[in-house]
Design a protein around this ligand. Sequence first.
Ligand code: TXA
Ligand code: MG
Length: 341
Amino acid sequence: MVNTIVAPATAENIAQAAAIIRRGGLVAFPTETVYGLGADALNPDAVAGIFAAKERPAHDPLIVHIATTETLPAITAEIPAQAERLAAEFWPGPLSLILPKGAAVPPNVTANLNTVAVRLPAHPIAQTLIRLSGTPIAAPSANRFGHISPTTAHHVFDDLVGRIDMILDAGPTRLGVESTVLDATVSPPVILRPGAVTLEALQTVLGRVELTRRAAGSPKSPGQLDRHYAPHVPLTLVVGERQAALNSVHKLAQDYLNDGYWVGVMLFSEDVAAFDATSLTIRDIGSQADYTAVARTLYMHLRSLEALGVQRMVARSGTSNHLGLAIQDRLLRAATRIISL
Ligand code: TXA
Ligand code: MG
C-alpha cells in the first residue's frame, strides 16, 4: 500500500507532483478529457508502475503527453506532413496522434510497437505539470483497467487509492470522454478510437479520414476491445430508431423489474417523460440536441448508478454524428448485451 496524497491543484501541489514524477512516482492529474495517471515517459520503471497500479495488461500501449510540440523530435522518429497539419489545428486538445516511435521512448510505453501515441493536452494544469516535470508524461486514464474512465478526482480515488503517490484535484473534467486516437502513420489516417475531436472536424482539415472497423481478431488499438470503459453491472444497450428503441427499453426494464431486479435506466432528456420514475431509477443524461453536455456527464452517470447498487442497466444509443459517435462507441463498449433493431 502506498500512501496516496489527495490535494487541490495549487501551484505548490503541482510542484510537488512534478517532483514525484521526476523521481519515478505516479501522479493522477486532470486533463480536459478525463483524469490521467502519469509517470515519466522516459523512465521504464516508472512506466511499469502505471501498468501495475491499473492492473493493465502490458500489450496495451500508453499515450505520451507533451507540453510543447518542440518535444516531438525527441520522442518520434518522423513527423508525417498530415500530422503536422493536425497538430497545428487541434493541439492543444483532445487528439492523440499515432506517430513513428523515437528511440528514446522505452518499449513498455508502446507495448513494443514501433509507433507512439502523442497528445498535447489543453488543460493548463496538465501543461504545467508536464513542464515542471521536465519530461514527457505517459498517462492512460486513471482507472482500473477496463473500468469507466474517471472524470473527477473522487473517481480516481475510488479506483486507485493506495496504489499511486498523488491525486491532483481540479474538479470535474470539461469534455468527459477520452481523446480521439488517430493513426497518422497511414494515408488516409484512421480513427482507432472516436473521441472529442470528431470525424467531421478531422475531415474538414484532411478531407479523407477513415474509421476503423472494430474487427474481431487482433485489434490494433486495445481501445477497440469490445468490452471496456465498463461498469460492474450488466448493461443492455438498444440501438435503433427512437420510438422502436424506446419501446424496447421499456419492455426490457419491465422484464427486469418483474424478475425482481433493481433497474437503472439512462435516458436522453427527451425520453424521460415516457418512463415511470417510481419503479425505475432514471438518469437523465442530457438532450440529444447537446451531445457536448451528454459526453461531459456520461461516465459520472454510469459510475453513480453502479455505486448506488442497481442490478441491471438499460439505455439506448443516440445518433452517431459528431460527438454522438464517441458517446455511442463508449455505450457499446460498456454494454454486456446489445440489441440492434
Ligand atoms: O483523453 C485521453 O486520451 C486520456 C487522457 C488521460 O489523455 N487518456 C487515455 O488513455 O484515454 P488510455 O490509455 O486509457 O487510452 C489510450 C488508447 C488505448 O486504446 C491504446 O490502446 C491506444 O490509445 N494507443 C496508445 N498507443 C497506441 C499505438 N501506438 N497504436 C495504437 N493504439 C495506441
Ligand atoms: Mg483508458
